[in-house]
Each structure stands twice: as C-alpha cells, then as structure tokens.
Design a protein around this ligand. Structure first.
Ligand code: CA
Ligand code: CA
Length: 358
C-alpha cells in the first residue's frame, strides 16, 4: 500500500516538475518568460469565492521587472486605502515573507507600474461573498542598465464603484443575521456581542419601515474602540438607503449615541473595525414610529464627545427622547424583553430571601 502511495507521489511530483504548479486562478504559478500576463480566475467574469491564487515572477538573476495592473475591479472597502475583503498583494522577493508593496482593490488602486530587482510574488485572495471581475496584469523585464518597456500604457482603469446590493435577496449583515431589517421593531448587534468583536471586520444593516413612518434607533449597549475621530473602529449611521445618504453620525467610544431618528423610511448602518484593539461592541434596537409623534417627544441633551464625522468635526444631532417615553412607545416583546428579564430576576431574588427568612 505504502509503495503505491509513494509511486503516486512520485508521479505527481514529476508531473509538477514537468508542467509547473497551477496558480490557483488557471495558468502556471511560476512565470519565467521575459514578459507575460496573468489574471484572477475567470477574468473578466467574477472570480470564485474563498479563492487564493499566487504567482511567482522569476525572470532570472540580474533582471529588472516592471509589473502593471491593466484592470482592477476587486471588491473594496468603505475607506480609501483599505482592502478588507478581496485583494491582490504584491511582495518584493520570492514569497510572502518579503516586504509588501501593497494590497490592492478598488479602494486602493495600484500605481501605474511597480519596478522590482529580482523575483516578484503576487497573491490574490477573495472572501466568501461579493465577487467582482477581478484583475488582469502584465509584466516585462530587462537587463540593467536598461529599464523594462512598459507592457501596458493605459495603467489601471479608474474604479467603478459597485452597485448597491439588492434589498430583495437575503444578505448576511456580516455580524450574524440578516442585513435587511424591516417591520415595526427589531434588533441587531456587533458580532459576538457582548464578547469582543473581531478585527478588520465590516458589517452593515439597512432598516426599512412602512411608508410614511420613520426609524428610531437606540443603542442599548455601546463600547467601540475610542479614537478622537473614530477612525479605528466605528459605527456610521446614514439617513437613507446607502452611504450616499446624509451621514447622521460616526460613533465610537463607550458612551451610547443618543437615540437616532431618520427623516425617511430607512436608516443604513455600517460597523467597521481596524486590525487592533477590540471592545465589546454594541447592541441596538429600532422601532417604526409615526413622525408626528416623534416630533412631540421631549428632548434631553447628552454628551457629543463620541460623535465625530469622518473629518473629525462634531455633528449636531436630532433630539433624543426621554427614556421613559421611549419605553412606553415600545411594543410588547422584542426590545422590552430585557426589562422583563430584570423584573423576573428581582422577583426570584426576593423569593429566595423570603424563603431564607422563613
Ligand atoms: Ca469578496
Ligand atoms: Ca480596533
């Protein structure tokens, strides 16, 4: 049996030696010609989910290599310069232990050309959703002192931002549970809340209430890594269906934002985390409300120290309601269950005390 396995292993090894390993995206992993092209799998059709591909550009000793991305349509993040989901990463040297020249996607477009002395290692990865056309790249080489002739003069095309995801399909929020929330009330929270949320994570929710109603959003618990401009981890709330809608606030720190009221039927919420320092996150609940009733609600002033916009300036928010009024407007169940649980717990404690006294 062992000899059969050894024989198969030998056959496989000799096959790889003869034909070269696959990049994982179709085509060889090792590119040894003086010039060539490669691309993400299926390009320009969408790349598969959970894919890892790698290429080693190894033109031989003493060569200079120029690498150019001729197209890049890789899922980007919500902040420029970051590629939290899918990316193509370029390393100086023969493997990923070399210095990274950058991780690229639609929110971090590569420069027109990258020049290397020696080997170049390229890795493409995709996560489990939102596949896009991907990338195509070409490279050319030369022997110093002459520089490589560019293989492409166009450079990366300006990115076209992806269209909004359809509301009709069931989409996961990224924090467990659906992205699209509707109805008279509901709740959602950061992933793993109340234990710490993961790093480099993105979640989003779109709350939609009946026509003519508005959304009221309350943060029941809130602890998101503090930063003066909330540029590390943050919760962003938009007054409408997407990020083109007005930004109501960007929130971090451990003071829950005051109650938020939409001007229309939708609120869009994003939760982004960076690659270090996590807190317990948040839980939030929403209610559909009649706008005339919301206008009549009493207001209270709260600290705005945790409320900052992307450029660091403070935002003025709409009034927050008095807590008791808010409770009375909540329907039975749902958001009210925590209040009932506290009540039951107190009754149990009182019951045990009473039994001991007897
Ligand atoms: Ca993706
Ligand atoms: Ca963080």
């Amino acid at each position: 049996m062992a000899s059969v396995i050894f024989l198969l292993w030998c056959l496989l090894a000799s096959f790889e030696a003869a034909y070269g390993a696959d990049s994982g995206c179709g085509g060889p992993r090792e590119l040894t010609a003086d010039s060539g092209t490669f691309s993400s799998a299926n390009y320009p059709s969408p790349y598969p989910a959970n894919l890892t591909c790698e290429w080693l550009i190894s033109p031989g000793p003493g060569k200079v290599t120029m690498l150019q991305f001729t197209a890049i349509q890789i899922e980007g993040g919500f902040r420029p310069g970051e590629c939290p989901y899918d990316s193509v990463t370029v390393y100086d040297g023969g493997d990923a232990s070399g210095p990274s020249r950058g991780a690229y996607c639609m929110t971090n477009v590569p420069p027109p050309d990258l020049v290397f002395f020696g080997d170049v290692f390229v890795v493409f990865t995709s996560d489990d959703r939102n596949a896009m056309p991907g990338f195509s790249a070409c490279y050319s080489t030369s022997t110093p002192p002459s520089l490589p002739t560019p293989c492409d003069n166009g450079g990366p095309q300006p990115p076209t931002l992806p269209p909004l995801r359809p509301v009709t399909a069931w989409v996961e929020s990224g924090c467990g549970g659906p992205r699209d929330l509707s109805g008279p009330s509901g709740s959602f929270s950061s992933l793993q809340h109340p234990t710490t949320y993961p790093h480099s994570h993105h979640c989003e929710w779109l709350i939609t209430v009946d026509p003519g109603m508005v959304v009221t959003l309350t943060f029941d618990a809130f602890d998101v890594e503090h930063h003066d401009t909330c540029s590390r981890d943050s919760v962003l709330v938009y007054d409408g269906p997407n990020t083109s809608s007005g930004l109501i606030g960007e929130y971090c720190g451990n003071v829950p934002p005051r109650r938020i009221v939409s001007s229309g039927e939708q609120l869009y919420i994003i939760f982004n985390t960076d690659n270090a320092n996590a807190s317990t996150g948040f839980s939030a609940s929403f209610l559909s409300a009649d706008p005339s009733q919301v206008t009549d609600l009493p207001t209270t002033a709260t600290s705005r120290s945790h409320v900052t916009t992307a450029d660091g300036s403070h935002l003025t928010q709409r009034p927050m309601t008095d807590r008791t009024t808010e409770e009375s407007t909540r329907p039975a169940g749902g958001a009210r269950s925590s209040f009932q649980a506290t009540h039951i717990a107190w009754m149990l404690v009182m019951g045990i005390v009473w039994m001991f006294l007897w």
